[in-house]
Design a protein around this ligand. Sequence first.
Ligand SMILES: C[S@@+](CC[C@H](N)C(=O)[O-])C[C@H]1O[C@@H](n2cnc3c(N)ncnc32)[C@H](O)[C@@H]1O
Length: 281
Amino acid sequence: MSIDKLHSSNNDFLNESSFSDFSDFLKKESGIDLGKNKQYLVVTRLKKILADEGIQSIKELLEKKHVLHNHQLKERIIDAMTTNETLWFRDGYPYDYLKGVLLPEMSKIKSSFTVWSCACSSGQEPYSVSMVFNEFNQLSTKKLNVNITATDLSNVILNNAKKGEYDKLSVARGLSSDRLRKFFQESGDKWAIKNHIKECVSFKKANLKDDHFSSLKYDIVFCRNVLIYFSKDLKNKIIKNIHKNMNKGGYLFLGASESLADAGDLFDLIHTSPGVVYRAK
Ligand SMILES: C[S@@+](CC[C@H](N)C(=O)[O-])C[C@H]1O[C@@H](n2cnc3c(N)ncnc32)[C@H](O)[C@@H]1O
């Protein structure tokens, strides 16, 4: 079936009950809570997959018993439903505060740092953190090591992140020309992140819905602009799990519109003006 034909028959493609079944499926697999009235999102994001698979509707997709067992198809559907919007040094203040306040303070007592970027999308967040450590080292007599673990649910986006190559539009979003010159080299029509920034970051797949126990405890966690997609219960579970994986006195950055839900007693809140950061108790 052509994409145009699918588009012209949205009602057959996705009726109310199949929207509800699809929402349950997505929530169970990824934690992503679509809420109400997001039919357009499902239609837009899945029509290509259904066209490729020769399937006529979401109902048919879900009825296909193999979806739950067809690992590749299931992953493709979940990948398509993730929102990967990101940019370099997003919101500015977490990175300014890290470089100007936290690293000077924390470096008085340690020189090796562990960082977790737990919904890293195409890599802008963990690579921005790596650049901040590099910039700190340029200015400080004490040199810091950093080991950044970057995880995400989406395989497609993780593969892009690992490459560390960005088109002109992506590098224009949040990078100063000074940082572009310092930390990237031109590679054909793309910009490739330089090795000394890249090698501090290791990428792997992890679903925040699952309990994640790392062999190392983290000093700094970036969990930004992902909790907004989850129910309150799941947010609480994730924050508690993050806390378990942090060193006491470590720092957690959430997105500008996100909060600790009901897990506030695990952290002290510090105003960074603008914004806040949370210190693990
Ligand atoms: C909007 S991006 C935020 C990227 C980055 N943290 C930032 O603030 O710019 C949200 C990311 O969360 C990921 N994500 C969604 N559900 C997830 C889950 N259950 N576990 C891990 N990552 C998830 C998506 O794949 C996407 O890359």
